[in-house]
Design a protein around this ligand. Structure first.
Ligand code: AMP
Ligand code: GLY
Length: 437
């Protein structure tokens, strides 16, 4: 095993809470001299050794030019849009190491029809269903009616929709309405029941190294009510899918898909995120994403007990075999998202935020997602998801208590948050082990 190479200058593409967590983690690692974040945010710029660079993250030639001008040894791409338009492809062509898949491999996220095709070919367990062309909506309605009659149907837009392209339907009429509202291609699936889990692996085209397993809360309101969002909170580890289960999960979901993508000539390098439903019959795939989760990353990275930079660089170079698995802190992390009025629709901007420093002094990590410095000082809201407050504790109950206390310090007019992140697990027995069937 050769000594892992530590990148000293890293460019992160993106500017949300996930990228703040990546910048925070990487900037703290030995050997790292400077982190550039494009476009970053005022909040991310507060981290030591971090500089923000104004540019469009989806403009590949600008990203390449900036990576070159900073002599970045590694580029890490956060969001799905730059991946889908091929920013990684241009970096690879320029000979720059990039953690993030090519556009062809990122189709596993950017097309749900492609995801089903690859998962089927790889033998990955998932919901019954089918992809339909826009012209075949009559057949899509028939399949959805069949699923609705036996437990529920799920209608999904084929392309990227910012977490808002999925409708879970109880009746054939609801499914027909959802199908009518979609203009392009779509996917219809049977509805699965259970708790969800996010299993993210760092991949180098062939090998996969697991990150700690986490759980995201997609609905806006307490008790899983209200509309779907990009994610309102997360925690790790999961009582019902402990970190020890990762190898079995990777063998069943990630590795077969990596093999299938490589066989087709589009190997996947980057974070491969399996969204799973833990059903009574075992885990089932809901979707693959081609990137780190947000807000999952904000609770996963505080649990890493070793440097991430060398592992990302090894993955980017196709040499994960040369690095050891990441040591994981056994303690728990809970993250609560604070969102602006109007989210997930049109969020209101410019509200003054109180209490960020108080939460920090109390020991919370506060990751900025949609904030801006106000003229005259202080912070204002500047996006839908505004902040993620994260705390680490001896167990989930401790972490939840601390994150709740941190989040309670922060306020602005119209702020929205959930109060039940990790609470059902902190106080209840673990559900039965989700053994693969
Ligand atoms: P996706 O973007 O495919 O992960 O879907 C977003 C969310 O919709 C998931 O996190 C689930 O909460 C829900 N969902 C997607 N597919 C299904 C399914 N087959 N059964 C039940 N819920 C689903
Ligand atoms: N939190 C869900 C996602 O990143 O897609």
């Amino acid at each position: 095993m050769s000594l892992p190479v530590m990148p000293t200058r890293i460019l992160i593409v993106g500017g949300g809470g996930r990228e703040h967590a990546l910048a925070w983690k990487l900037a703290s690692e030995p050997g790292v001299n400077e982190i550039f974040v494009l476009p970053g945010s005022d909040g991310i710029a507060e981290e030591p050794r971090v500089r923000i660079v104004a540019a469009d993250p989806s403009n590949a030639s600008d990203v390449v030019a900036i990576a070159r001008s900073f002599a970045a040894e590694l580029v890490v791409i956060g969001p799905e849009s730059p991946l889908a338009v091929g920013v990684a492809d241009d970096l690879i062509d320029a000979g720059i190491a990039v953690f993030g898949p090519t556009a062809a491999a990122a189709r596993i996220e950017s097309s749900k029809a492609f995801c089903r095709e690859i998962a089927t070919a790889a033998g990955v367990p998932m919901a019954r269903g089918r992809a339909f062309r826009a012209a075949d909506r009559h057949a899509a309605r028939e399949l959805a009616a069949e699923f609705a009659a036996s437990g529920g149907a799920v209608v999904k837009v084929d392309g990227l929709a910012g977490g808002k392209g999925v409708v879970v339907c109880d009746t054939a009429d609801e499914a027909a309405d959802a199908i009518r509202a979609i203009e392009g291609d779509l996917v219809v699936e049977e509805r699965l029941d259970g708790r969800e889990a996010s299993v993210i692996a760092l991949c180098d085209g062939r090998e996969a190294l697991a990150l700690p397993i986490s759980r995201d809360y997609k609905r806006l309101g307490d008790g899983d009510t209200g509309p779907n969002t990009g994610g309102m909170g997360a925690y790790s580890p999961l009582p019902d899918l402990p970190d020890e289960a990762t190898d079995e999960i990777l063998g069943r979901f990630h590795r077969p898909v990596l093999g299938e993508l490589a066989r087709r000539g589009t190997p996947f390098r980057g974070a491969l995120y399996a969204g799973l439903m833990l059903t009574a019959a075992g885990p089932r795939l809901l979707e693959f994403n081609a990137r780190f989760g947000d807000p999952e990353t904000q609770v996963i990275l505080p649990r890493l007990a070793g440097p991430l930079g060398p592992v990302l660089l090894a993955a980017a170079r196709g040499s994960l075999r040369a690095v050891s698995p990441l040591p994981v802190d056994p303690r728990a992390a809970v993250g609560i998202v604070l969102a602006a009025e109007g989210y997930p629709g049109d969020p209101r901007r410019g509200d003054p935020i109180e209490g960020i420093d108080d939460a920090r002094y109390a020991g919370s990590l506060v990751f900025h997602a949609g904030t801006a410095r106000r003229r005259g000082g202080g912070w204002g809201t500047n996006g839908g998801r505004v902040l993620t407050v994260v705390d680490v504790g001896g167990d989930l109950e401790d972490a939840q208590f601390a994150a709740d206390r941190g989040a309670a310090q922060i306020s602005w007019p119209g702020m929205q948050r959930r109060h039940d992140i990790a609470s059902h697990v902190a106080s209840s027995n673990p559900v039965p082990q989700a053994a693969a069937s």
